[in-house]
Design a protein around this ligand. Structure first.
Ligand code: ACO
Length: 365
């Protein structure tokens, strides 16, 4: 546009970052020098968070696991404020309301408490909503294993904990996505890490960002059989609906996180009796969707994004679709915190401009 407006800030560069590089043309995601597929399933979430935090906190311990375990215990204190009315709200709203009780700060203790909070508060919200007592954290467990134990009230298998761990690492950071940008804008005002994370959660919640995987399950359930995939998807597009789990602002080819998660779903299938049928069905829906999108939108390369296999993986772990955005936040909080610290260290107040297109100056009545 002649006045320089970039709709949706598409193509605008708003930060330098050492944290992650999203290469949309080649479908590559690099997190602090490591390809996402080399981290997910190989590096525990605690280490991935350490990788992101490194250089942003002077007192970062060499091993983040014990400190994060202790932070889970501290975060559990907020569960006291959870009543049945709050637990009945959308889980991301309830989790966000509890997290908002934490004080603002910029230090490592605040960062760890914020990293622990979605992981501890979400299981409590889900359990109270189901009429069950919250389960306290076990600081000795891995973050992923403890999340599953707190959610389900019984220990997770090693394969399940590995699968959730791979998910949390896959989504821990992703360039200047909408929620990370929101977190950086807030950090640039020096409001503090809690405010930045709350802003991140609020931006993540929308269906065009981290709210997509729940609707992916709704779509798969509504389609029901592989034969129904094509007619159902065609009808959805004819209504003007978007196919959830497809398309991306930056990727013009397949989102590399989709494959990292597909690999995790497949690994989990090996350890479970029931999953392969669901995976095969989802793959049939995916193929039908890709074919139809290519026919309908030949000029706009639309491919599978992270949310499609997120939905399958989290469903296979027995997590309810309503909680998927909260689980996304459990991983992405690491990125929000690192970006907030990076913004604070070198950044100026983020304050763009708008072009006024309203009425000319007029006389007040
Ligand atoms: N299904 C059908 N059509 C689509 C889809 C889709 N999933 N995605 C984009 N399109 C179409 C749009 O309708 C538009 O068509 P038009 O030019 O004929 O109007 C064209 O492709 C371009 O779409 P934009 O909205 O301009 O592209 P943008 O980069 O803003 O959108 C987005 C990216 C929001 C992710 C989009 O692809 C979408 O809505 N996908 C579905 C929701 C989803 O899966 N979100 C999760 C994204 S991953 C993440 O945030 C973690």
């Amino acid at each position: 546009m002649s006045d320089g407006l970039a709709q949706g800030l598409e193509g605008v560069i708003a930060a330098h970052t050492v944290l992650s590089d999203v290469d949309g043309a080649h479908g590559r995601l690099v997190i602090r020098g490591y390809a996402v597929e080399d981290l997910a399933g190989h590096t525990p979430f605690e280490q991935a968070a350490h990788l992101l935090f490194d250089g942003f906190f002077d007192d970062l311990p060499a091993d983040l696991a014990p400190a994060l375990g202790a932070a889970r215990v501290r975060a559990f204190a907020e569960v006291g404020a959870l009543d049945e009315g709050l637990a009945r709200r959308d889980p991301v709203e309830a989790m966000r309301a509890l997290l908002a009780r934490l004080p603002d700060g910029d230090d490592l203790a605040t960062a760890l408490l914020l990293l622990a909070a979605p992981a501890v508060l979400t299981p409590a919200v889900l359990r109270v909503a189901a009429g069950q007592a919250p389960v306290a954290p076990d600081p000795a467990l891995s973050h992923a294993a403890d999340i599953l134990r707190m959610t389900r009230g019984q220990p997770a298998t090693e394969a399940e904990a590995r699968a959730l761990d791979a998910y949390l690492v896959t989504v821990c950071d992703h360039g200047l996505n909408a929620s990370t940008f929101a977190a950086r804008v807030i950090a640039s005002t020096r409001a503090g890490l809690t405010s930045a994370v709350l802003g991140g959660i609020s931006a993540l919640k929308g269906p065009l960002h981290g709210g997509a995987p729940g609707p992916v399950i709704d779509m798969l359930d509504a389609i029901g059989t592989p034969e129904n995939a094509r007619p159902w998807l065609e009808q959805a597009l004819a209504r003007g609906d978007r196919l959830m789990g497809f398309g991306h602002r930056i990727y013009r080819v397949r989102d590399p996180r989709a494959d990292a998660l597909k690999a995790a779903v497949r690994r989990l299938s090996g350890a479970s009796g029931t999953l392969p049928g669901r995976v095969a069905f989802a793959e049939a829906v995916e193929q039908a969707a890709l074919q139809i999108l290519r026919e309908r939108k030949p000029d706009r390369p639309l491919d599978t994004n992270v949310e499609f296999y997120t939905a399958l993986l989290l469903e296979a772990l027995g997590l309810p679709p309503a909680s998927f955005t909260c689980v996304f936040a459990m991983g992405r909080t690491a990125g929000w915190i690192a970006h907030a610290r990076e913004q604070l260290a070198g950044g100026k107040l983020i304050r763009p401009q708008s072009v006024y297109v309203g009425p000319g100056v007029r006389q007040a009545a």
